[in-house]
Design a binder for this molecule. Structure first.
Ligand code: HEM
Length: 378
């Protein structure tokens, strides 16, 4: 089958696997006068659940990312919004292009695979094909440009007004598609089923009414599609202060204080999780005294900062404080201050800790001791 591709093609990053496609949707029977332009719709596809799980278990940062309009659903599959194409319900043909990029990154296994711009094509003979841009980089290279990456087992679409939806079409990897997976998949491998929809604003062309034209009935309705590109932000760490003065203590007693509040904002849009750890240097005095860092203990606290907004995609943020560490077996080693698991790390959290320094009886008195606590977010 020849690919009917749209004009939309772009250079994608060298390190990603891109799937792009223009889709032709063939509609079996509904009567409609003329080909309609695609004005909306989306492709919901997870590529292959076992591949997502494999990559997710790796060390990518993030392992799986979506950009250029694509997004990751809470179930881990991807949404690619329709960007163009046409369908003709009467002729039973259609072409729909979907946009967006999904990147699978697995540095420890030396590969990045990008799938972008999928195109679903359903022909008059009922055959269906998925085209895409697919790029493999790393220990092996393959670049597919709107290639026929999967065949689709087409079933009757649902037609509802100006919207056509194919639900759960079985998808099978082609030999061409398999060539981007460096021998780990063969042609014929079963992929996740895909659900593709396309809607048109022009299925019932109407003459625009002249406003205020006498004799025309009043009223009417109009729709507007609102879109907003949500691009990935950063994972950041801010702290409300840079120094902490503990209470004075005598040898054998405990000096106490509180860590300045630390705010972690995860605005990457990937929900990939994060860890904030801390480790201190030994305390040293101007007169040469040393108190080992392990004598600094802490009791971490952590709270999610509410933005006041309703959560997107049903995702709620959660943060977990690290385990308390007692003076004597404290911050000479790296210890968790707080962390957020993958799946619930979006948004901002504030972490803090009550600090207690056990001052050994053997300490030399008479001068001030200082140490540096380093917090690392990853
Ligand atoms: C171009 C490089 C590579 C590509 C494209 C690639 C791709 C894949 C794919 C598609 C799978 C099957 C996932 C599934 O559906 O279950 C897989 C599995 C696997 N790969 Fe890779 N891989 C690459 C490099 C590596 C390297 C370098 C290693 C070893 C260091 C490795 C170790 C594994 C292992 C152990 C599995 C089985 C995982 C499991 O079943 O849980 N791969 N790989």
């Amino acid at each position: 089958m020849a690919l009917k591709t749209g004009p939309r093609r772009a250079a994608y990053w060298a390190s990603a696997l891109t799937i792009g496609a223009a889709a032709v949707l063939t509609v079996a029977s509904p009567a409609s006068a003329a080909p309609a332009d695609v004005a909306g719709g989306k492709l919901d596809w997870g590529f292959k659940a076992s591949f997502r799980n494999y990559v997710k278990s790796g060390n990518g940062n993030p392992p799986i990312g979506a950009s250029n309009g694509a997004s990751i659903d809470t179930d881990g599959t991807f949404d690619f919004p329709a960007t163009g194409g046409t369908f003709d319900a009467a002729a039973g043909t259609a072409t729909v292009n979907y946009g967006g990029t999904v990147v699978f990154s697995y540095p420890a296994h030396f590969f990045t695979i990008t799938i972008a711009n999928p195109t679903v094509v359903v022909d008059t003979d009922g055959t269906g094909t998925l085209f895409a841009d697919v790029d493999l980089t790393g220990m092996a290279e393959q670049h597919l440009d709107q290639a026929e990456v999967a065949t689709l087992a087409v079933t009757n679409p649902a037609v509802d007004g100006g919207t056509i939806t194919w639900t759960n079409l079985a998808a099978t990897l082609t030999d061409t598609g398999a060539s981007a997976f460096n021998g780990f998949y063969a042609g014929g491998t079963q992929l996740d089923p895909l659900t593709a929809s396309a809607s048109s604003s022009t299925t019932t062309p109407e003459e625009p009414e002249e406003p205020g034209n006498p004799g025309q009935p009043g009223g009417g309705s109009a729709t507007q599609q609102i879109t907003a590109a949500v691009t990935g932000g950063a994972l950041t760490l801010t702290t409300s202060g840079t120094s902490v003065a503990l209470s004075a203590a005598t040898p054998g007693a405990t000096a106490t204080g509180a860590l300045n509040a630390v705010t972690v904002s995860d605005l990457r849009g990937t929900n990939a999780g994060w860890d904030l750890v801390g480790q201190a240097t030994d305390f040293t005095s101007t007169t040469g005294g040393v108190i080992p860092a392990d004598n600094l203990g802490w009791t971490p606290t952590a709270t999610v900062v509410s933005s006041g907004l309703q959560a997107a995609n049903g995702v709620t943020a959660a943060v977990t404080p690290g385990a308390p560490a007692a003076p004597g077996s404290g911050l000479g080693s790296s210890r968790a201050l707080c962390s957020a698991d993958a799946g619930s790390s979006l948004g901002s959290s504030t972490c803090g800790a009550a600090l207690s320094l056990g001052v050994p009886e053997s300490s030399a008195a008479g001068s001030s001791y200082a140490a540096v606590l380093t917090l690392t977010l990853a």
